[in-house]
Design a protein around this ligand. Structure first.
Ligand code: FE
Ligand code: FE
Length: 165
C-alpha cells in the first residue's frame, strides 16, 4: 500500500494542502486588517486560529502515516491569495464593497480547501486509515462552517450596504 501510486498521490496532495494552509494562515491577518466591518474582521480572526489548528492536524496526519511533514508549493492557493491582495488594492478602505470582495476571495479559498479535504478524506477512508479519515473530516467540517459564516455576513448586511455605496 505504502508504495502504491494512490498512496503517493495522497501524500503529494497532503503536502499541497499543508503549504496552502500555512500560507493562508499568514494571509488571513492581512484580510482581517483590511476588512471594513467588525463582523468580517472577527470572522477572519477566528479562522486564522482555526487554520493554525488545520496545520497541526495535517502534521498529525503525516505522523500517523509515518511520514515527515513537508510542504509542496500550491500554485492554486498562491493565486487565490494574490487575488485577495488585488481586492485590497482595487477597493477603497472603509467600504462595504471591499468587504464584499474580501468575502468572495475568502470563499474561493475555502472552496479550494473543501474540495481538497473532501477528496483526501475519501482517499484515506478507501485506504483504511480510520484516524486520518476522522481528522480530515474534522477540518472539512470546519471549512464548510467557515464558508457558511462568510455567506451569512454577506447576505445579512455587506451586500446590501455595498449596493448602496
Ligand atoms: Fe484550512
Ligand atoms: Fe479555511
Amino acid at each position: 500500500m505504502k508504495d502504491s501510486e494512490f498512496h503517493q498521490f495522497f501524500l503529494d496532495e497532503l503536502k499541497d494542502i499543508y503549504w496552502a494552509e500555512k500560507h493562508l494562515a499568514k494571509a488571513l491577518p492581512k484580510l482581517q486588517k483590511a476588512a471594513t466591518s467588525k463582523e468580517l474582521a472577527q470572522a477572519f480572526e477566528k479562522h486564522t486560529q482555526e487554520t493554525e489548528t488545520h496545520i497541526k492536524t495535517i502534521e498529525k496526519v503525516f505522523e500517523l502515516l509515518g511520514e515527515k511533514a513537508t510542504a509542496k508549493k500550491c500554485d492554486a492557493m498562491e493565486g487565490l491569495i494574490e487575488e485577495a491582495n488585488s481586492v485590497i488594492s482595487d477597493t477603497d478602505k472603509g467600504t462595504a464593497v471591499r468587504d464584499a470582495g474580501l468575502i468572495l476571495s475568502a470563499q474561493k479559498a475555502e472552496h479550494y480547501e473543501i474540495a481538497t479535504y473532501g477528496t483526501l478524506r475519501t482517499f484515506a477512508e478507501k485506504m483504511g486509515h480510520e484516524e486520518v479519515t476522522s481528522l480530515l473530516q474534522q477540518t472539512l467540517d470546519n471549512e464548510k462552517e467557515t464558508d457558511v459564516a462568510l455567506t451569512e455576513i454577506a447576505v445579512n448586511f455587506v451586500n446590501e450596504e455595498a449596493s448602496e455605496e
